[in-house]
Design a protein around this ligand. Structure first.
Ligand SMILES: [Ca+2]
Ligand SMILES: [Ca+2]
Ligand SMILES: [Ca+2]
Length: 467
């Protein structure tokens, strides 16, 4: 019994010794065979989630035999997960791996990213492994990725000016005071707003770091037009966006007027309508590169005017010119689209714009497309709980409501049921106004679009208050 126990213990000790020698112990002399060694260098920076972070990963075969079946990988040891897409690894991720001749060294330009920013510093281990490596100790290296710590904040600030002298930079007297400045970045639930001071300056403090802040301006004085938005701005805690210069421009409407009229007040679907578009350069400088852009909201109801009708002012040509004081009359024609029949309305609405200009004029003219009818159902309600929307129990019963085109001449009348609901039966499609009769007065939007199926938007809604 005693002899047996001793033999078993000896066997175990021998096995353990062999394991250590084979995998990890440093050899007493240079062994023959492949021996990969890796280095990895992360590009320094103030990295944020979503950034493409470059890593130089170099694999060298220090051995005297070819290394076969070599593959590479990165493991996040701590902190947020660092993702390097498979395709970044090239031949280190092909099935079966790749080969390195003795002395051969190759560098892989990898890019990784973080999708989130949990707490902690990311430690990432880069490895290359192949068959029969004679020294496993140099096949992996651990690096720290310099991710901006969670909770870091930054500031943003700058100056808004109206470039009156047109030199493209702020000049004395061009500061724009009292404009609203809005910004929002990823990770914020709502935008923050400030106002430019007497010197046109604005600043935001304590913004969370984010790759893509958007900045925009409203309520500028004297009709100045701001850039549509500024950004994406990168706030990484370095204070790089604290001296922004934001240029506002004069609108084209200062020097260009536009009117549109139609040749008829009413059209049938498929008929051709002709619009007269009159443009006048009221300024002292020539205007060039102008074009018309129609139906900017994409309603699909307007006259379908072919590009060539616009001549130089075509939306693809951008070549319209107007001399100082020149008045130009354009006649453009197009067919009434079928969709217009369901809304009872067509027309033409166009803005005039051009490169180098902002704030061009917009004009429109409407015409009817009669024929189709639809029931116009809706609810009269009063906001008992003051939350700005109709709730159960807020419908007003037994109210007479009128429908008119002009707010005066009544075309139809209906009375609400117990829930405040009323229907005007089989009304010609188009735009109307609602009006309560008697003890109630309208306190919200009174317009209603009567649209035929399948384009109907749903019911109308008329908010009222007691007189
Ligand atoms: Ca090695
Ligand atoms: Ca200037
Ligand atoms: Ca309510």
């Amino acid at each position: 019994m005693g002899r047996f126990t001793r033999s078993a213990r000896v066997a175990c000790v021998l096995t353990a010794a062999l394991t250590i020698t084979g995998l990890a112990a440093a050899p007493a002399f240079a062994e023959t065979g492949p021996n990969l060694k890796v280095t990895a260098t992360v590009q320094q920076g103030r990295w944020l989630p979503g950034d493409d972070i470059p890593v130089e990963f170099t694999v060298t075969n220090l051995g005297d035999a070819t290394a076969n079946h070599v593959s590479g990988a990165a493991y996040t040891d701590s902190g947020p997960y660092f993702l390097i897409p498979d395709e970044e690894w090239g031949d280190l991720r092909v099935p079966g791996g790749t080969s390195f001749a003795p002395g051969e060294s190759r560098t892989y330009h990898l890019h990784g990213s973080f999708s989130s920013r949990p707490e902690g510093t990311p430690e990432v281990e880069f490895t290359a492994s192949g068959e029969l490596d004679t020294d496993g100790s140099d096949n992996s290296v651990r690096v720290t990725v310099p991710l901006v710590p969670a909770g870091t904040t930054d500031r943003m600030g700058g100056h808004l000016y109206g470039d009156r002298d047109g030199d493209g930079k702020p000049s004395p007297g061009e500061d724009l005071a009292g404009a609203k400045v809005h910004t929002i970045g990823i990770g914020m639930s709502q935008e923050v707003v400030t106002t430019t001071d007497a010197a046109g300056r604005f600043a935001f403090e304590g913004l969370p770091v984010s790759r893509d802040f958007t900045l925009y301006f409203t309520d500028l004085p004297d009709g100045w037009v701001p850039p549509s938005s500024v950004g994406p701005l990168r706030l990484d805690g370095s204070g790089a966006n604290t001296a922004l210069e934001i240029k506002a421009s004069r609108p084209l409407t200062d020097v260009l007027t536009e009117t549109i009229t139609l040749d008829k007040a009413s059209y049938a679907v498929g008929a051709t309508g002709t619009a007269t578009v009159t443009l006048t350069n009221t300024g002292a400088k020539p205007l060039s590169g102008l074009y018309a852009g129609c139906d900017p909201a994409g309603s699909g109801l307007e006259l379908d005017v072919p590009e060539d009708q616009w001549g130089a002012f075509g939306p693809l040509r951008h070549a319209g010119e107007l001399a100082p004081g020149q008045r130009l009359v354009l006649k453009v024609s197009g067919k009434v689209p079928e969709r217009a029949a369901y809304f009872g309305q067509t027309g033409l609405g166009c803005y005039i714009d051009g490169s180098g200009y902002v704030g061009g004029p917009y004009a429109y003219a409407l015409a009817k497309v009669p024929g189709k009818k639809a029931d116009a159902k809706g609810q009269v309600w009063t906001d008992k709980n003051g939350n700005g929307r109709p709730d159960a129990g807020e419908g007003v019963a037994k109210v007479k409501v009128t429908l008119s085109e002009d707010g005066v001449h009544v075309l139809s009348m209906a009375q609400t049921d117990a829930n405040g609901v009323a229907t005007f039966p089989q009304v010609g499609v188009g735009e109307y106004r609602l009006r309560p009769v008697g003890a109630w007065t309208a306190s919200g939007d009174t317009s209603v679009s009567v649209v035929a199926s399948p384009y109907g938007y749903g019911d109308w809604s008329l908010q009222v208050t007691a007189r």
